[in-house]
Ligand binder design. Structure first.
Ligand code: CXF
Ligand code: ZN
Length: 354
């Protein structure tokens, strides 16, 4: 814990009093990254958060002090080619920020004794206050519980969107999900809500078996339990492969396995895990020649500003489950407990209360 200075919001930015921030695996991956391009320190992690607008910068018309917001790690400017395409949620202006600085001037808003403290994904929510671009926050209903809906700012929304927007899972289909963390289990929830008849969950952590059933997983397979390669098991029990497979681990080797686990002709693999080590992938081109498709996605294809408020409404109407993903609530001073629980595979989401 450090005392940091945070500047007032610059033009088109807002300063937020962070209310809750849940820990997502990618915070840990970036924190653990030593030699990669993500190794930027000192920095403040956290990107799955809710808060209340404390002040607004010049030119901000969309927010007022006191508004309830979700932060978003991939923004929406609403004017660039991508934002106006109707085909994409990958904003050209406020897309994923990887250098630890603000989009507008490549500088930080945090400092300690005049020395910059870098941002993470232009959000940095493991802080009592943060400054974000106004395109990287979404106003939500003041009736929604901020300590729950923070999960919609990354993991839960990403999984639901992968099933609904990217794969468009159809009724009666067979789905296989590699990695049963919050993202994978959100894919399961999304697939179940679309009427998938078989949802096969794959994870090497045996504790995930019971948890997974609550989110719609109909069959659990632990690859460590058998010597038969997992893709072979899936093909055998699904008469040649699933209709859809999802890579939610962040292991590029598993992308190949996921491709091999879906069927000839129309099998679709959606990859949404964030690779921890090797970013390159390889697969036999025959997998594609025989009709498979591989799709990648960030934030489940949701346009954050346009789409997140309605996801919050769905939660309020009890159409989607969020609370069940919260396995721990922790005060800010116990944030390191959240990191340990996540690394040991003992939690889904730890919500940290600022
Ligand atoms: C990730 C997406 C890929 C890069 C790092 C941040 N976002 C959410 O977990
Ligand atoms: Zn995340």
């Amino acid at each position: 814990m450090e005392e940091v200075e945070l500047s007032p919001p610059h033009p088109h930015e807002i300063r937020i009093k962070v209310f809750s921030s849940s820990l997502c695996r990618s915070d840990i991956s970036a924190w653990e990254s030593q030699a990669s391009s993500l190794a930027i320190f000192p920095r403040i992690f956290g990107h799955e958060a809710s808060g209340i607008v404390e002040s607004i910068g010049e030119g901000v018309t969309e927010f007022r002090e006191g508004d309830h917001v979700l932060t978003v790690f991939t923004g929406e400017c609403r004017t660039c080619r991508q934002c106006t395409s109707g085909k994409s949620n990958v904003c050209q202006v406020l897309g994923l920020e990887r250098r630890g600085v603000m989009h507008s001037d490549q500088k930080t808003r945090f400092s300690i004794k005049g020395k910059p403290v870098f941002h993470y994904c232009a959000v940095s929510s493991f802080s009592e206050y943060t400054v974000v671009h106004s395109g990287c926050a979404v106003k939500v209903s003041p009736n929604a519980p901020l300590e729950k809906i923070c999960l919609l700012s990354c993991g839960v929304a990403a999984g639901l969107g992968a099933a609904w927007n990217v794969a468009a899972v159809s009724e009666g289909s067979t789905v296989v999900i590699f990695g049963l963390g919050t993202v994978g289990l959100s894919v399961a929830q999304g697939a179940r809500l679309k009427g998938a008849s078989r949802i096969i969950g794959v994870d090497t952590n045996p504790d995930k078996c019971e948890k997974a059933k609550a989110f719609g997983v109909t069959e659990f397979i632990n690859p460590s339990d058998s010597s038969e390669p997992i893709q072979q098991v899936i093909k055998r029990i699904t008469d040649g492969g699933a209709d859809y497979s999802f890579e939610c681990i962040g292991d590029t080797g598993m992308i190949t396995t996921a491709l091999q686990s879906c069927c000839d002709g129309w099998g679709l693999t959606v990859t949404l895990g964030v690779p921890k080590v090797k970013p390159e992938m390889s697969a036999h081109y025959g997998l594609l020649l025989t009709g498979r498709t591989l799709k990648g996605t960030i934030f489940g294809g949701w346009k954050p500003k346009s789409d997140l408020p309605s996801l919050v409404d769905m939660y309020m109407n009890k159409e989607i489950e969020v609370d069940k993903f919260i396995t721990h609530d922790l005060p800010f001073e116990d944030i390191n407990t959240a990191f340990s629980l996540m690394r040991e595979g003992k939690c889904l989401r730890c919500v940290i209360h600022m």
